[in-house]
Design a binder for this molecule. Sequence first.
Ligand code: SF4
Length: 420
Amino acid sequence: MISDGLGDTIRVSLTEEPEREYTPCDRLAEIGGEMTETQMLAAQRAVPDYADVRDIFSFSRRTGRLPVQEDGDAFDYRGLLNRDGSVISAVGLEDLGRPQDLYQSLGCKTVVGLPFKDIATSDAILLRSVPDSENTIALQTLKRLMDVAILPIVPMKELLRTPLEGAVALMTIDELRKGDFPTGVTRAVVLLSGAESEDDVGALKSLTHEFILLSVPGDLSRLHASRRIFSLLEKLDIDSAVIHHYQPLAKDSKDFALQLGTQVGGLLCDGLGDGVLVEPPEHFDVDPSTVRTTSFGLLQGSRMRNIKTEFVSCPSCGRTLFDLQEVTAQISERTGHLPGVAIAIMGCIVNGPGEMADADFGYVGGAPGKVDLYVGREVVKRGIPNEGACDALIELIKEHGKWKDPEPEEEESSELVVTA
Ligand code: SF4
């Protein structure tokens, strides 16, 4: 909405003190304002004309075709994309030289030093440079990742220079048309900028590729160029999955999250896209692990892929019957490892139950010092003393078969969605 210039007021509701709400609101307004600057208006005009075919009266998510395994494949190419949305991480040569740090930043579990895919592991990696044959540590790291279906996507030109058996080639439409795959490569991802002609996009119907990487350059409006590509894909009946490629210019992790949300999140919330690949510039101040968890957070916030418990919390007011911040932190710490479970934490019964959205469980202040617990919209336990209410909530989650014990190395933080 902000990128479309729609709306007059931005409201951010936090469980924290209200004065903290100002900074993200102000920054979002700034980002919205930037969309009307001369340079951005030129970028919007630079997008070739297209007919916007989005249905504004009903929502349905476009889901792209997933890679399939073929006889004789040496690696599991199904791992390239996840059906609920994919996160791809950019990896450099120097990262491959520090395997344990890399496995951790990609969100892998490790067993005796070997990586395995976990619930919030990057699905694939973008590798701009292939290690040469003397770089044995980097090659071994790469092999270990490929063995667990974390496959490298490498630009075609780089693969011609340094072949890598089993890699996925990143190709332009023209390169794909020529059909000359580099040695040892059988799979391709096609790179689009958003400015391709209808004929070029139409060619994808008969050109084999695993998915589209949509990388919109700075002189085109990402929002409009992306919508144009999705409109063409629909018109031409092409079911390729589309991953948004985003190169951040943010100052810090909070700014990065806001920028990513407005640049890519708006499209994903419209049901346009199957995931995100963030490729930070050199000397980016946000660490790779935060880039990955923010990317997963974007998918969860876009109602695509759940990797952690979802919390809905009221912003608190004069009616709040317990310390909302402290209780939210306590519940989040003990139950934040349950993907697919939504828990509402509401300060009072006046408005709390009505604001719990579609949460599976509700923790609602019922009277001073007492909490009521809900399953869906139905109250199932009343008047539990505050001290034992978190334990009672966990028992309730167990009774409904939605509990699992946390794993020792669990490192993801849970997502907090606040509602008024
Ligand atoms: S749910 Fe109750 S305590 Fe929370 S903001 Fe609404 S009225 Fe206030």
